[in-house]
Design a protein around this ligand. Structure first.
Ligand SMILES: [Zn+2]
Length: 361
C-alpha cells in the first residue's frame, strides 16, 4: 500500500548528519561506527532505498534552520542570513537528488497526479524517484517576505512558523507568546501565495492567533494528542477539534517521547517500555474517535529528526516497517478504505483541494 510521510528532515540528515541517503541503510550505519557527535549515530532508520522498499513514494521534506538570539534556550544560527543560507544548502541537496533521478519535486496538481500514476502502476518500485513536497520547519530563515516569495518560486508549499522556543514569527514548543506583527505579515503573505500552514510546534497562543489570521489550508505534519501524551508539544482536544473543523490532516509521529508519557531522552528505552508500532495505531485511533471519522489522520513520522532507533518503537528497524501498519489497523477492525485514507488518501485529498484552490470543510 502506498504510504505518504508528511514529515521527514531528509536534507538535514544529508548535510548535518553527513548521511548519503542514496546508500543502503546498513552502509550508512556502518560509516557512523565510533562517532559520538550525535546521539543517534549508527541508529538511523531512513534512506531513499528504505523509503522505496516501504512503498513510501511521496513525502513532505523539510528545510530547517533556527535563528537564535543570545538568550535563546536552544541555540542556533546567530543571524537570519546564516539560517537562510543553511536552508539554501538543503535546497541544493534536494536539487542534486533530482538531477540524479533519486527524487522528484512535487509542486502542483499535475505533477502530483503524474507521480501517483507512476507509483500506482503495478511493477517494480525500487527504481522509482521519491516524490517530495518542500516544506519549511520554523520560519526564522525567512529574512524578509521577499525571501518567502523566492522560496515559493523554488517549490515551497508548506510552512510551520515555529519550531522549538521563541522564533521570529511565532512562539514554538516549550515557549509561549504572541505571533506579533511579523507573524501576522508572514501569515498574510502565506495566504496570498497559497502556502499550507503547518500548525505543528505552534504554542497555544500562537496557534490560536495563527488560525484566526490565516484563511488557507492548515495541516499538522507531525503532532500527537495532549490527552495521551501530556506536553505543550502536543495538541489539546479543543485544538484538534479546531483543526478538524478547518479540514486539517494530522500526521502521526514516531518519536518515542511524543508517544509515551514520561519518556526521558537518553534514559528510557523502547525495550523497557515495550513501545511498539501498535502504539502509533492507538494514537491515530484516538484522533479518529475524537473526529468521529478517519478523514483527518495521516502519517508524519519525523523519523531521523534528531533521533534514531533508541527513541522509536522497538519493532521498527527502518522506515520500511511502516508497511506493517495496514495489518495493525485491520487487526483493530479498521476497514480497507479507512486504512488507505490514513496511509495516504487523506493527505492526497487535502493536497488536491489545497492546490485546486477550493479547500474547505
Ligand atoms: Zn518537528
Amino acid at each position: 500500500m502506498l504510504i505518504l510521510d508528511a514529515h521527514l528532515d531528509l536534507a538535514m540528515n544529508a548535510l548535518e548528519w553527513n548521511r548519503d541517503l542514496t546508500r543502503p541503510i546498513h552502509e550508512i550505519r556502518e560509516r557512523e561506527r565510533g562517532k559520538t557527535d550525535k546521539t543517534d549515530r549508527t541508529r538511523g532508520t531512513v534512506c531513499l532505498p528504505e523509503l522505496r522498499r516501504g512503498n513510501i513514494g511521496l513525502v513532505v521534506a523539510t528545510q530547517i534552520a533556527r535563528y537564535a538570539k543570545p538568550t535563546h534556550p536552544l541555540g542556533g544560527c546567530h543571524s537570519p542570513a546564516q539560517a537562510w543560507a543553511t536552508t539554501q544548502g538543503q535546497l541544493a541537496w534536494y536539487r542534486a537528488m533530482e538531477e540524479a533521478g533519486e527524487m522528484v519535486q512535487i509542486r502542483n496538481l499535475a505533477q502530483l497526479e503524474k507521480h501517483l500514476a507512476l507509483w500506482q502502476t503495478p511493477g517494480d518500485t525500487t527504481k522509482l524517484p521519491i516524490g517530495y513536497i518542500l516544506s519549511l520547519e520554523g520560519a526564522d530563515s525567512i529574512v524578509t517576505l521577499d525571501h518567502l516569495e523566492r522560496s515559493h518560486a523554488d517549490g515551497l508549499r508548506a510552512l510551520g512558523p515555529a519550531h522549538y522556543g521563541p522564533g521570529t514569527y511565532a512562539f514554538g514548543t516549550d515557549s509561549e507568546g504572541s505571533i506579533g506583527a511579523r507573524g501576522r505579515e508572514l501569515l498574510m503573505e502565506m495566504d496570498r501565495l497559497k502556502i499550507i500552514l503547518d500548525a505543528t510546534h505552534l504554542c497555544d497562543t500562537s496557534f490560536r492567533e495563527a488560525l484566526d489570521i490565516f484563511h488557507g489550508p492548515v495541516w499538522a505534519s507531525h503532532s500527537n494528542a495532549r490527552t495521551l501524551t501530556p506536553h505543550n508539544r502536543q495538541f489539546a482536544d479543543d485544538q484538534l477539534k479546531e483543526l478538524f473543523r478547518r479540514g486539517a490532516v494530522i500526521g502521526a509521529p514516531l518519536d518515542a517521547w511524543m508517544m509515551i508519557p514520561g519518556w526521558i531522552r537518553g534514559k528510557t528505552t523502547p525495550e523497557a517500555t515495550q513501545l511498539k508500532l501498535e502504539k502509533m495505531v492507538e494514537h491515530i485511533d484516538y484522533n479518529c474517535q475524537l473526529a468521529g471519522n478517519a478523514r483527518h489522520c495521516g502519517i508524519g513520522t519525523d523519523l531521523d529528526g534528531g533521533f534514531g532507533r533508541e527513541q522509536c518503537p522497538a519493532d521498527l528497524d527502518t522506515i520500511a516497517d511502516l508497511q506493517r501498519l495496514p495489518d495493525l489497523f485491520r487487526a483493530r477492525g479498521y476497514r480497507e478504505p479507512d486504512i488507505e485514507a490514513i496511509l495516504h488518501g487523506n493527505f492526497l485529498r487535502f493536497l488536491r483541494e489545497a492546490w485546486q484552490g477550493n479547500h474547505g470543510g
